[in-house]
Design a protein around this ligand. Structure first.
Ligand SMILES: Nc1ncnc2c1ncn2[C@@H]1O[C@H](COP(=O)(O)OP(=O)(O)OP(=O)(O)O)[C@@H](O)[C@H]1O
Ligand SMILES: Nc1ncnc2c1ncn2[C@@H]1O[C@H](COP(=O)(O)OP(=O)(O)OP(=O)(O)O)[C@@H](O)[C@H]1O
Length: 576
């Protein structure tokens, strides 16, 4: 059992860091003090330096990275500048942003055992730690699996388990749950919080989805352009909502709702919001509300005019997988028409990425048929669809191999011998807000910037069908909106996997819910999310605003709709 020592565990003084080859520093005088047992949420716009800061804590920067480093970091009693990597990693566990950068063993068991082995525990103790850590992340059944056979969310669970098996004094986590389903996210964050409380493990966690994290954090720190510009207790963080809005960060729906209604309150849950709204004062005020400023219809209400068009994709009884003895997709029937924006949701490992790979003709069906643009994929070479389908992998790094973002975006148009390459590249880089980074080496961009580079490389071929595997992970609000608005305004046919129900409700014309390789629901978002049994089966939850509407006894699917519903109802009708 760890011994609590009390006091300051992380102390960063005037930290500056410039990556090799860059003229501008990425960290510009960071000062931060964290006490033992604190749970600190670190957020900020994409590319502001969060991952860079985390890498300085476990010594990767500067010990492995090179570059120009100045300032002091004292962590769990040692100075990182004077200590070697082994000494630092005994104290600090870093969960990487990209699980593929962290995982290097071939089996799950070896991966999780690696840390305790290095700490020289006896074999029975190592086995016990592996078992406990896998149990904590819900992966006990995968102990002997190959790490290559894991889905994105399963890989993230293994990365967390590897760190939990060591029980370091400080756990630095870089978007550790970004690819996890909502139920899994909550379970794992509960576990981390429990360890934080019981064992006083200090947590510094980077995340954009504040609504998922706020119930767990003690303190919120915001970075912008390499500096810490905000540091507040979690309970007071949203008193300065303008900071979040100005930086384009996502604000939890209950807080955004209260703000829109002009109520000064920061509830995190639907229940707390209901308590805030269920006051005489509020009910009295609703009498005078007629039209709220800045409310605009955003949620998608229909699958629109596409119902009669020819399907672009037609799938009949599809069985598919990586091994013929273990089918992943089991009897999928699906049609997708031009202009639809389909969100694919469901538990980690339920087969979403595998379905997307089938839609991209990267698999041949084991049983059943897949027709893309009317052509049966069995009789076609996948390359014959080049230029017509654009696919972005869950891990964008798998598709970035050029020397600059600009070259990435021009690769497809060059291969397809388009004439207007320059124009296509510019439009796609601008659409993803990375035109200013066009000369940068993709590997030297932040995760959010790399993901947008990968999307730009697909947009530049202007494909008929766009397939994106979790395109919103690790992005701030502004970038998510910009990307999804682009597809919406262009009328793209888009299929995207996501665990983000709020984004799916805002941008998908249709939601598919998967469970154990089957589609268990398929319809308009507002119909799908009413079915609590389906949501539970697929590890999903209703968006907070819908839960709040349920509490109030009204029908609304977005903040806008809820505000307008409240405005047009007599307060007595609201079932408070
Ligand atoms: N290896 C590298 N070489 C050069 N520059 C880099 C490197 N890694 C990151 N940078 C630059 O440092 C800045 C901060 O990147 P970092 O990954 O720390 O941002 P972030 O806040 O974690 O972003 P995100 O939310 O997208 O993950 C970015 O502008 C990026 O281009
Ligand atoms: N390359 C592979 N080889 C063997 N099995 C695999 C491979 N990739 C995925 N699987 C297995 O197929 C199943 C479905 O994986 P898939 O990646 O399609 O799930 P997912 O729903 O996209 O999950 P996530 O939400 O975690 O991304 C999982 O049980 C996974 O272990």
């Amino acid at each position: 059992m760890r011994q609590s020592k009390g006091g300051t565990v992380i102390e960063i003084k005037d930290l500056w860091y410039t990556y090799p080859g860059r003229s501008e520093p990425t960290l510009k005088g960071v000062n931060l003090k964290i006490e033992e047992g604190e749970f600190v949420l670190l957020t900020g716009p994409t590319g502001c330096g969060k991952s860079t800061l985390l890498k300085t804590l476990n010594g990767i920067i500067p010990h492995e990275s090179g570059g120009i480093f100045s300032g002091k970091i004292k962590i769990a009693g040692i100075e990182t500048g004077d200590s070697n990597q082994t000494e630092i990693s005994r104290r600090v566990g870093l969960v990487f942003q990209n699980p593929d950068d962290q995982i290097f063993s071939t089996t799950v068991e070896d991966e999780v055992a690696f840390g305790p082995e290095n700490l020289c525990f006896e074999r029975p103790e190592i086995d016990k730690k592996v078992e406990e850590a896998l149990k904590m992340v819900g992966m006990s059944g995968h102990r002997f699996d190959s790490t290559n056979s894991l889905s994105g969310g399963q890989k993230q669970r293994i990365c967390i388990a590897s760190m939990l098996a060591m029980m370091p004094e400080v756990l630095a986590m870089d978007e550790p749950v970004s690819q996890m389903d909502p139920a899994g996210t909550r379970e794992i964050l509960n576990t981390v919080r429990e360890l934080n409380r019981k064992l006083k493990i200090t947590i510094l966690l980077v995340e954009h989805r504040l609504h998922e994290l706020m119930p767990f954090a003690d303190r919120v720190v915001i970075m912008d352009s390499g500096k810490i510009i905000f540091d507040q207790p979690a309970s007071k963080a949203f008193d300065q909502l303008d900071v979040f809005h100005r930086l384009g960060l996502r604000v939890p729906e209950p807080i955004e709702l209260c703000h829109t209604l002009g109520i000064k309150a920061s509830p995190f849950s639907a229940e707390e919001t209901f308590a805030v709204l269920n006051t005489e004062n509020f009910k009295e005020n609703t009498k005078s509300y007629r039209k709220f400023p800045g409310t605009e219809e955003k949620v998608n209400s229909s699958g629109c005019s596409i119902e009669n068009s020819e399907p672009l994709i037609s799938i009949r009884n599809l069985w598919s997988g990586y091994d013929k003895n273990k089918m992943v997709l089991r009897g999928i029937n699906l049609e997708i028409r031009r202009g639809e924006r389909v969100a694919v949701m469901g538990t980690n490992g339920s087969g979403k990425s595998t379905l997307l790979l089938n839609l991209a003709a990267m698999f041949k069906p084991y049983k059943g048929s897949v027709k893309i643009f009317g052509e049966d994929v069995r009789s076609k070479n996948p390359y014959s669809f080049a230029g017509r389908i654009g696919f972005v992998f869950q891990n964008p790094d798998l598709m970035l191999f050029c020397d600059s973002a600009e070259e990435e975006a021009s690769f497809g148009p060059v291969q397809l011998k388009f004439e207007d390459i320059e124009k296509r590249v510019r439009i796609s880089l601008e659409a993803m807000s990375i035109f200013h980074l066009r000369q940068d080496l993709p590997q030297s961009l932040s995760r959010g910037q790399r993901l947008r580079t990968a999307v730009a490389s697909v947009l530049s071929i202007d494909p008929e069908l766009i397939l994106l595997d979790e395109p919103t992970t690790g992005q701030d609000r502004v970038n998510i909106e910009q990307m999804m608005d682009y597809f919406k305004n262009k009328g793209s046919t888009l299929v995207f996997c996501t665990h983000d129900i709020e984004i799916a409700m805002l941008y998908a014309t249709r939601i598919l819910v998967m469970n154990e390789g089957q589609i268990i629901a398929d319809g308009k978002g507002r119909d799908v999310i009413k079915n609590i049994d389906i949501l539970r089966k697929a590890s999903l939850t209703q968006p907070p605003v819908v839960e709040i509407a349920n509490y109030l006894g009204v029908d609304a699917y977005s903040i806008t709709e809820l505000v307008e519903t409240l405005a047009h109802r007599s307060p007595e009708v609201i079932k408070c």
